[in-house]
Design a protein around this ligand. Structure first.
Ligand SMILES: [Zn+2]
Length: 217
């Protein structure tokens, strides 16, 4: 499998190329270009959050804790007293930083469900909903952001598979086929669940009036 440095380098190159295409073909703003570039870079790291001690996993759970606490602060400050707000923030910290991250680490295995094509689609959908409903981006730009997340994610999986081929020895390593997976019989329940959630999320988000290659502002 490729290491962290290789992943971030390839993700940055892939993301800058895709962003350049968007600037040329769609005419996105500078601000949107920076957002898309960063999303592509982050997506190139995402699949390795299933590796408990990896740098992406540490970053992911720390930023998730910080984001959740900020969201809780925005929600609770106008409604509750200072003491209750502090209680809400502390509970959020304990839940996300300890309980949620511990549960995720114990139920995921490296190169398990997270290293799969449906997971790439699901993270893209999560980006769409976060962009559209959370950041109130336009539907067009939210789909574009989702494409960068899924695209960067798949790029990571392809890179992992490339590193599973021993070119010098002309053979395939044991890890070959464990990154860019579409379905795995041994984890069939997990895969069916991923495809079901993806299908429901896509149907919910689908809007026939959206044409991605226009009006991205
Ligand atoms: Zn990986």
């Amino acid at each position: 499998m490729a290491n962290f440095k290789t992943h971030i380098t390839v993700a940055a190159f892939g993301s800058i190329a895709a962003t350049a295409v968007c600037i040329q073909k769609i005419g996105i703003s500078d601000e949107h270009a920076v957002i898309l570039f960063l999303l592509g870079c982050i997506a190139g790291m995402l699949p390795d959050i299933d590796s408990n001690h990896s740098i992406p996993a540490k970053w992911f759970f720390r930023s998730l804790t910080a984001t959740s606490m900020v969201a809780m602060a925005f929600y609770s400050i106008p409604k509750f007293s200072t003491l209750v707000v502090l209680g809400c923030l502390l509970s959020t910290f304990i839940f996300v930083h300890y309980i949620f991250s511990y549960t995720m680490k114990s139920i995921t295995s490296h190169r398990g469900l997270f290293h799969s094509v449906p997971a790439a689609g699901l993270f893209g959908m999560a980006m769409y909903f976060t962009g559209y409903h959370g950041f109130t981006w336009s539907a067009h730009f939210s789909w574009l952001a989702a494409s960068f997340i899924s695209g960067g994610y798949v790029l990571h999986l392809i890179l992992d598979e490339c590193y599973s081929v021993d070119l010098m020895g002309g053979r395939l390593k044991k890890s070959f086929g464990s990154a860019l997976t579409i379905f795995n019989k041994r984890q069939w329940r997990g895969y069916i669940m991923l495809y079901l959630i993806f299908a429901c999320a896509s149907l919910y988000a689908y809007d026939p009036n959206i044409i991605l290659l226009s009006h991205t502002s």
